[in-house]
Write a protein that binds this ligand. Structure first.
Ligand SMILES: [Mg+2]
Length: 299
């Protein structure tokens, strides 16, 4: 963990920098600091994979998908993964002994379609289905409360044609991107359905979507499960995500002394920030280059 000291040290000096920025000074701290719009807030870039101070070959990399590796679209089925990002992921997993996993709200089938031809280790449906590195898939037990919840959500979605109910079998997502005026109504429905399930299900509010899912597992427990297995065991967890459901992952990674990175704005437990998917892609390209350089040097 020694090589992270520099980054943690910078975190500790945060109050001074915040004060400096709030006073309106135009301070340049170093290249790792990004100042958000308005200069009232500052955020920290994650460790640069090409920096001599870090050892990316020791990282276990966990990546959210929508909003992190690819841009969120009106319909979840219309997303496209950038070819260069896919190639970077293929290179990173090959160079890093397989220590890369997707951690997503999508199911595994969907992930395989998006990342084709890659079949990456992955936690799908926030960990309700998890494909380990050796290819074995572990399914969480179905939650009995899902059946009545599904019926109620279907009935609600049927009355508003711009709502999209996505039945993921082990969880249910109601998208209201095309009907933003229904946000409050959707929120209340989700709240009452979660309550009716006796807290067996929780309502997770994402970007223009609310999802009813079993309270456990979550992205944090999924990352913990990966970290208990080869090739992730003993590695430093690095997790990039952009949404509410990623917070369980950030907390777990923080507990393990790892690198938690929130993509975009919003309150978060993550220690670092990247502004958007394009910045994630650049960071991945640098990670690939760093691992390639190291592999070259080792020969
Ligand atoms: Mg996301």
């Amino acid at each position: 963990m020694r090589y992270l000291g520099r980054w943690l040290g910078e975190s500790r000096s945060r109050p001074t920098k915040v004060r400096a920025l709030r006073r309106g000074h135009n301070v340049t701290i170093n290249s790792n600091v990004m100042v958000a719009d308005g200069a009232d807030e500052w955020t920290m870039r994650p460790p640069d994979p090409m920096s001599p101070d870090v050892e990316p070959a020791r990282w276990g990399l966990f990546l959210d998908v929508d909003g992190t590796l690819l841009t969120v679209r009106e319909r979840p089925s219309s997303v496209r993964l950038d070819v260069a990002v896919r190639e970077a992921l293929a290179a990173v997993i090959a160079l890093n002994r397989g220590a890369l996993a997707l951690v997503s709200g999508r199911n595994l089938e969907d992930l395989d379609r998006i990342f084709d031809p890659l079949k990456l280790p992955a936690a799908g449906l926030h960990g309700l289905e998890r494909r380990r590195s050796d290819g074995e898939v572990i399914y969480a037990a179905a939650a009995p409360a899902l059946d009545p919840t599904r019926a109620a959500m279907k009935a609600f979605a049927a009355t508003h044609d711009r709502l999209l109910l996505e039945d993921k079998q082990r969880s249910l997502a109601l998208h209201y991107r095309q009907a933003p005026e229904l946000a409050e109504e959707v929120r209340q429905l989700a709240h009452s359905l979660a309550k009716a399930s006796g807290d067996e299900l929780i309502a997770v509010h994402g970007k223009m979507v609310v999802e009813l899912k079993p309270a456990y597992p979550n992205k944090g427990s999924a990352i913990a499960d990966f970290l208990s297995e080869a090739p992730f065991a003993g590695r430093l967890p690095v997790f990039l995500g952009d949404d509410v459901t990623d917070e369980d992952g950030f907390k777990l990674v923080n507990e393990r002394g790892g690198v938690s990175v929130r993509v975009g704005e919003g309150e978060s437990a993550a220690r670092y920030r990247l502004p958007d998917e394009a910045a994630v892609a650049d960071w991945l390209f640098r990670l690939k280059r760093s691992l390639l350089d190291e592999a070259g040097a080792a020969q």
